[in-house]
Design a protein around this ligand. Sequence first.
Ligand code: NI
Length: 164
Amino acid sequence: MAIRSIRKIGDSILEKKCKEIKEMTDKTRDLIQDMFETMYDANGVGLAAPQVGILKQLFVVDIGDGVRYVCINPKIEAVGEEEQCGEEGCLSVPGKEGIVTRPMKIEVKALDQNMQEYTLEASGFLARAFSHENDHLNGILYTEKVEGELEDVVYEELDEEEVI
Ligand code: NI
């Protein structure tokens, strides 16, 4: 396993659409392990493959609910009309945060690390994390969706930030 370098805003790879993963390979297995290691090292709760320079439809999420989510070729849809409005940060946009509106509930259809299909309903912060990571696969950063100003994160608050 290895910690990979995280691409930062301004890097054009973060603006590109990712390609579907057709089959699981040793290389992709290593990538998944490295992405978890890189995410934990950076104190993030989500990381998408383009953030480590790989244009594949893959992201990982761990918000501390006891599950290490691996999402391959995800399809995400809002469930219901309810929305949530809250602060968001991103490992590719260090030191910043902003207010983003996301669906309160979503349905995720994806493949896991064994290329097995699964369906998951997520709400609250988990829905926010999945929505944020899914945007990365479409070349979209949360900075495009921020309402109002992008704010500087105050150093003392850093430990409490949940950076996706
Ligand atoms: Ni992000």
